[in-house]
Design a protein around this ligand. Structure first.
Ligand SMILES: N[C@@H](CCC(=O)N[C@@H](CS)C(=O)NCC(=O)O)C(=O)O
Length: 410
């Protein structure tokens, strides 16, 4: 994708600006993580819903509600809140929800917390999306989702498993994943117990996405290869804008999970180590990660460029090399991104470029293919300088991702 044979001169900021994609339309356009208001063709007066969700689009329970509102096309306002693992919770939110837990939702002025109660309330107000949450089909499948979640947690988040215990935990997970696959196999289309996507599919989305990423990285387990019907279900989702706008990439997931889950543990197999290294380098895992339709991949380098330029000053200032030191290396990487030609950076900037590579957050900052291209351009440019890595990402917190500096530019 990036040619190591042709070398480009670093473009000026002005030239880069000229080549960047304009900001996406956030209110009426396709689903995106940067929106603070979604109208779906309605006018502002008709908005009845406020969704409180996390700044980083990391919270799986928030994603469930976010997806539901997007698929049901219910107009809503978004207020973003800081999760504890990346900063200080806003006092105005604690006054509203003293536990500080996300998501929360207001509908017609009534506050609801707990994602399942929120979905039930939304169904009552706006009608179900496919089977109702309390339909027998949904109840059975919601139980299956929790079983799968528990099996995943045991395998991923139990420290010090012996080899035998690792094997048992894997078998247990696989058995339950096969039950889900059986469910998916029995319908002619890709969806669960219906020929249309419904709430129950959305209930499975957040953790299946996180399982797919984390099991590859920490366990060398390729969920979508092992379970072709789960892969078929993911592909069907990935053909839909409303899902793609919320979809994260493997790199983001595997590094945001440890502080949230209280630790993720590797099985230390050579395959896990290999997949982890590929994800860390920003290569992604191709079809194991996501299969977006060809036309939705167009123009993603220009989108990534636009998103970086929007936050350029903060990104330069927060980089370990500082604004002056990082200016040229960043322009080299962005030149590589937008021209597909390598661009030799100055000496001593590899760790600084990898610092940024590791801190791109998808979908918070940009869509998945844009994030993938930007990580790759940063890595290709860093590799021209040397192997120095950035300071490792935290596993207890992600205060490096404190959103405060970026808020007035959202
Ligand atoms: N049972 C709750 C779980 C929600 C939950 O665990 N939310 C986490 C984020 S994923 C949270 O808000 N934690 C507080 C924080 O991180 O600040 C639900 O379904 O809504």
């Amino acid at each position: 994708m990036f040619s190591p044979l042709a070398f480009a001169n670093p473009l000026s900021w002005q030239e880069l600006l000229r080549r960047a994609a304009p900001e996406q339309e956030r209110v009426q356009g396709v689903t995106n993580a940067q929106s603070n208001l979604r109208l779906f063709g309605h006018d502002f007066q008709s908005v009845r819903v406020i969704l409180y969700r996390d700044h980083h689009a990391w919270c799986p329970y928030c994603q469930k509600i976010w997806l539901w509102l997007e698929f049901k096309r219910v107009p809503y306002i978004v207020h973003k809140v800081t999760m504890r693992c990346y900063g200080t919770k806003e006092p105005w939110f604690l006054r509203k929800v003293p536990s500080g837990m996300l998501p929360a939702l207001e509908v017609d002025g009534q506050l609801v917390t707990e994602s399942d109660s929120i979905l039930l309330c939304l169904e009552e107000k706006f009608g179900p999306l496919g089977h109702s949450m309390v339909d027998r089909n949904s109840l059975e499948l919601r139980q299956l989702e929790r079983l799968l979640f528990r099996a995943w947690c045991i395998w991923l988040c139990t420290p010090g498993l012996t080899l035998h215990q690792q094997k048992q935990a894997k078998e247990q997970f696989k058995k339950i994943a096969q039950r889900l696959e059986k469910e998916l196999e029995t319908t002619p289309g890709p969806w669960l117990r219906s020929d249309e996507l419904g709430t129950i599919d959305l209930v499975f989305v957040p953790y299946l996405e996180r399982m797919n990423a984390s099991l590859a990285y920490y366990k060398g387990y390729r969920l979508r290869r092992e379970h072709p019907y789960i892969d078929r279900w993911f592909r069907a989702l990935e053909s839909l804008d409303s899902y793609r706008g919320t979809q994260s990439d493997m790199h983001t997931h595997v590094h945001d999970l440890p502080p949230q889950m209280g630790g993720c543990w590797t099985d230390d197999t050579p395959l896990a180590a290999d997949l982890a290294a590929r994800i860390d380098r920003g290569e992604g895992l191709g079809e194991d990660e996501a299969v977006w339709p060809e036309d939705s991949n167009c123009g993603q380098a220009a989108i990534a460029l636009g998103r970086v330029l929007r936050h350029r000053r903060q990104l330069l200032r927060r980089n370990p090399l500082g604004s002056e030191g990082f200016d040229l290396p960043l322009r080299c990487a962005l030149t590589c991104l937008i021209t597909s030609d390598a661009c030799q950076p100055p000496r001593g900037c590899a760790a600084a470029l990898r610092h940024l590579r590791d801190r791109i957050s998808v979908p918070r900052d940009m869509p998945l293919p844009a994030g993938r291209l930007l990580r790759q351009a940063l890595e290709v440019t860093a590799a021209l300088d040397g192997p120095q890595q950035a300071k490792r990402l935290g596993v207890r917190d992600r205060f490096d991702q404190d959103p405060r500096d970026f808020l007035n530019r959202q």
